[in-house]
Design a protein around this ligand. Structure first.
Ligand code: BEZ
Ligand code: FE
Length: 274
């Protein structure tokens, strides 16, 4: 009598088909991926129709992507996967600033400004605010030549790349510290905004009873020779969405007061190799 192939046998056969002589890390990732996908299919007893709906959803997600729209990153963000990757890859020391999600709206090549300059390109809309702080190492020494790449939404709740009316590189800028590690950036107070809902990810949020709001924040990517690059946000303590961020990125240590036209956000970088 021939014995029946079980689902466990099937998994083993597929895992064994990935050749270790090729890229061992790729093979490790593929074997783990099929293991967890099979477990998911078995646990949920996925029907053929549900499998097809999943394929259609992923197809639509890919079709929504273009040069400026990255629906797969949005999917990863809203499932909390992006934040998990940051938690594992940007493990800060106790002294260092907490990291958070990168998001899909970073644009390389923002203009470099002198300290104290404004990144707002849109006249006087919004509440003017001055961000200031010091970039330090974990021992408290100020960092010279720390580069701060800063970006945020305009007062209308849109990033420049989402808004055909916006001048390019609006609300984006690069600043470099001097020996005192200090920075000062003029902008407008960030506002709460909704992540894009006009694609498959928006449909998924809607179908699962979720909202699309992010609490008001300004993005910082901070790098300095000899130190690990930090990707983080400063969150406005007055935001009503702090406890319900659509992408799970809020950390208590990143919430600051943005009243009275000032926002103080000190930053601590871990040394490379620490
Ligand atoms: C952002 O903060 O820019 C962002 C992060 C995740 C998804 C969408 C937007
Ligand atoms: Fe953002």
């Amino acid at each position: 009598m021939t014995s029946k192939i079980t689902t466990a046998d099937h998994l083993k056969e597929v895992q064994a088909s990935f050749n270790e002589q090729m890229d061992p890390r790729l093979v490790e990732i593929l074997r783990a991926a099929v293991k967890h996908i099979y477990a998911f299919v078995e646990e949920t007893k996925l029907t053929r129709e549900e499998w097809k709906a999943g394929i259609d959803f992923l197809t639509a997600t890919g079709q929504k992507c273009d040069d400026v729209r990255q629906e797969f990153i949005l999917l990863s963000d809203t499932l909390g996967v992006s934040m998990l990757v940051e938690m594992l890859n940007q493990l800060p020391s106790d002294a260092a600033t907490d990291p958070t999600v990168f998001g899909p709206f970073y644009v390389a090549g923002a203009p470099q400004f002198p300290m104290g300059a404004s990144i707002a390109r849109e006249g006087n809309a919004g509440e003017a605010i001055v961000f200031s702080g010091t970039v330090r190492d974990a021992a408290g020494h100020p960092l010279d030549h720390a580069r701060l790449d800063v970006w945020q939404v305009a007062p209308n709740g849109l990033y420049d790349v989402q808004d055909p009316e916006s001048p390019p590189m609006s609300y984006r800028g690069v600043f470099e510290t001097g020996p005192d590690g200090r920075f000062e950036i003029l902008t407008t107070r960030p506002v709460d905004y909704q992540i894009p809902t006009d694609g498959p990810v928006g449909q998924l949020l809607h179908a699962s009873g979720r909202h699309a709001w992010r609490p008001a924040h300004t993005h910082f990517m901070v790098s300095c020779p000899g130190f690990k690059t930090l990707i983080t946000h400063a969150f406005d303590a007055d935001s009503p969405n702090l406890s319900r961020d659509a992408v799970f990125g809020v950390r208590e240590s990143l919430i600051i007061d943005m009243n009275n036209g000032t926002a103080v956000f000190d930053l601590v970088l871990d040394a490379e190799g620490s």
